[in-house]
Design a protein around this ligand. Structure first.
Ligand SMILES: C[S@@+](CC[C@H](N)C(=O)[O-])C[C@H]1O[C@@H](n2cnc3c(N)ncnc32)[C@H](O)[C@@H]1O
Length: 273
């Protein structure tokens, strides 16, 4: 049995939940961002990403660039422990709240340049959808990466139901959704998600794969998966979730099963040849 299938730990993001006896062991092994994900496809894909990073990155000290890192890391604990992390973020509050990077830079990842060959890994997680010029950011990432270095992108899938709704609804609706449906009453305050979105064409996983091919990057992992918003909604707002699930099933049927519009997010790992 694979390590991923065997990893069945609890989900208790609520501060009032009963403590899970496995919690402290899990906290040693997994970042809080992963433990906060509801069990499901998102968590499985992130665990697969962790396995690939652990297998492909050099075993010694690592140099990591978190582009738009904010204050949350999705990297495995064992990798963070042996890394020098440089975070660049455009938001001063996010930089202030970041407690895992050794170097913190207030800047724009579309224009910020490092010496070529500086990093083993560039991670850009939940960020590309907020950029007006994704190509500029990706070109900066390629430039600062070492040969065989990796880029990890985590992003919403613009071709999914949640991607389309996010793209075509105003920012106040995103804040309302975070507060009323996800229960995050700090949403929209300074330095807190959600952040305004642009959805540049390169956010689409197929366009990103084409960009990678044209720029000497190999796609070593790509997975579209059910957005964690679905299991969250099923637990918190079952009636709304049933309506959204039904709408997704109708659209999937009309699309003749060619795609699953619930696959609202994706991971991609690109390797510099
Ligand atoms: C949704 S948050 C994601 C933060 C973190 N990666 C995570 O997954 O929790 C998006 C982050 O991107 C940052 N950001 C947006 N546009 C940026 C830009 N042009 N340059 C640098 N950071 C940017 C925001 O300030 C914010 O911290």
């Amino acid at each position: 049995m694979s390590k991923i299938a065997a990893t069945d730990f609890g989900y208790a993001p609520s501060r009032h939940a009963t403590p899970d006896p496995r919690a402290s062991a899990n906290a040693q092994a997994y970042p809080q961002s992963l433990l906060d994900l509801p069990p499901g496809e998102a968590r499985k894909s992130l665990l697969a990403v962790h396995e690939i990073l652990s297998a492909k990155l050099p075993a010694n000290k690592l140099s990591i660039y978190e582009a738009g890192g904010g204050s949350t890391s999705f990297l495995p604990v064992n990798i963070l422990k042996r890394a020098h992390v440089t975070v660049v973020d455009i938001d001063a509050d996010q930089i202030r709240n970041n407690d895992y990077a050794q170097t913190k830079i207030l800047g724009d990842i579309q224009t910020y340049r490092f010496q070529p060959g500086s990093f083993d890994l560039v991670i850009c997680y939940n960020v590309v959808e907020h950029l007006a010029d994704v190509e500029a950011a990706l070109l900066r990432f390629c430039e600062c990466l070492k040969k065989n270095g990796l880029i990890l992108i985590g992003a919403p899938n613009p071709n999914s139901l949640s991607g389309i709704v996010t793209k075509y609804t105003p920012h106040w609706f995103h804040v309302w959704f975070y507060r009323q449906v996800r229960g995050d009453m700090d949403a929209g305050k300074p330095g807190e998600a959600p952040f305004p979105t642009f959805f540049h064409p390169l956010v689409s996983p197929s366009n990103l794969a084409a960009f990678a091919k044209a720029h000497g990057l190999e796609v070593i992992y790509r997975r579209e998966y059910e957005s964690p918003r679905f299991p969250e909604m099923r637990a918190r707002k079952p009636v709304l979730a049933a309506l959204v699930d039904a709408a997704a099933s109708v659209v999937n049927f009309l699309l003749l099963g060619r795609t699953d519009v619930r696959q609202g997010d994706y991971h991609a790992i690109l390797r510099k040849r």
